[in-house]
Design a protein around this ligand. Structure first.
Ligand SMILES: [Zn+2]
Length: 362
């Protein structure tokens, strides 16, 4: 968290001409200030009295800028975007696990499908160990079936399976994983590349998510290099029927457990029912999740009767819809809509200004 605040203010100071005269020194003071703010949990507790007068003045200015920026970020976050017609364009969504699609962005996936986008999902792992009371082969088959049911409800056009054993991506080379994702980018030539946000990892304890986030982020630009994996160019795309070639995606969409710097919010009121239905398809994984909740609660001296009933019945339908609805409705409440999902979206590699200055519509 400290680094988030520090990063924002550091960038702001560099952009602001008022600090150019003594850039380095100011930058150090800005960093020091940010640490104090985070450490005390708010500006009211910042003790500027210990700083020399010049520093007090600078800190006051930075406080003002930081507060103004915070307001701006919140205002930006309040803007809910519409999904434009896809007209057959491709969204390439890369996830680690079967249930990531429905749980993280199921409502938006259904919105894309409804709007005429072709949503292609790359599942990196096979979820072979995500169950309770089953064996590996049965688990893998059940999770694959649950995944197909869920993605069908959401209107996913195609699934690509990379087949890595689940919960082991922490030990897989990022470069190896990146190559597989570059291959999918070159095969499907997506308009938008969507995955976990490598910078939204606060509270993220799943190395598969982190590994996928990093590999996809590098795939965005390396898929455009003709010297990265030129062996791909001898292959024909199963999607386009053309030889694979370097490809640049126009938009990057990032999601996560806690997205920092939310830029875009999708109103999923129209598709919430399908998100919930898709989430409930993942009975195998959700029962394992419920079993984990039961164990944690028990250690803490608690019982969770609805969860225990679901486990006894082998059915998540009584509890899970409530949880999924509450999550999406809680996000929606922050933006004045019934249900929503949050994203950080970067267009044209973050160089929209360059596009505005030099670009012409084809
Ligand atoms: Zn996951």
């Amino acid at each position: 968290m400290a680094s988030d605040v520090h990063g924002d203010d550091g960038a702001g100071a560099r952009r602001d001409g008022r600090f150019d005269r003594d850039g380095k020194r100011v930058d150090r003071q800005v960093r020091a200030f940010a640490v104090v703010v985070v450490g005390h949990g708010g500006y009211r507790s910042v003790r500027v009295g210990v700083a020399p007068p010049i520093a007090k003045s600078l800190i006051a200015r930075v406080v003002h800028r930081w507060r103004r920026r915070s307001v701006t970020v919140r205002a930006m976050a309040a803007m809910v975007r519409t999904i434009e017609p896809g007209e057959g364009r491709v969204v390439l969504l890369v996830v680690a696990h079967a249930d990531d699609v429905a749980l993280f962005l199921g409502g938006t996936v259904a919105m894309w499908a409804d709007a005429g986008w072709l949503v292609v999902v790359v599942r990196v792992t096979d979820d072979r160990w995500d169950s309770v009371g089953s064996d590996e082969a049965s688990t893998m088959a059940a999770n694959r079936m649950d995944f197909e049911d869920a993605t069908a409800i959401l209107g996913v056009h195609e699934i690509v399976e990379l087949g890595y054993p689940t919960d082991t991506l922490g030990d897989v080379s990022t470069i190896e994983l990146r190559e597989r994702i570059i291959h999918s980018v070159r095969t499907y030539r997506p308009y938008a590349l969507v995955s976990f946000d490598p910078y939204a990892m606060y509270g993220e304890d799943n190395l598969d998510h982190i590994a996928v986030a990093r590999a996809v982020d590098e795939s965005f630009w390396t898929s455009q290099f003709d010297l990265h994996h030129p062996e791909h160019f001898a292959e024909t795309s199963a999607h386009t029927g053309q030889p694979l070639a370097p490809h640049g995606c126009f938009e990057r969409w990032y999601f996560g457990r806690r997205v920092v710097d939310v830029t875009d919010v999708v109103d999923i009121t129209a598709t919430l029912d399908r998100k919930v239905a898709a989430g409930c398809c993942h009975r195998t994984m959700m029962l394992n999740f419920f079993n984990q909740l039961r164990m944690q609660a028990e250690t803490g001296g608690w019982r969770l009767p609805p969860v225990e009933n679901a486990l006894a019945a082998g059915d998540v339908a009584d509890v899970l819809p409530r949880l999924l609805r509450a999550g999406s409705e809680g996000v929606g409440a922050r933006y004045g809509v019934a249900a929503a999902e949050e994203f950080r979206v970067v267009t044209f590699g973050g160089m929209q200004g360059l596009l505005d200055a030099l670009g012409e519509r084809i």
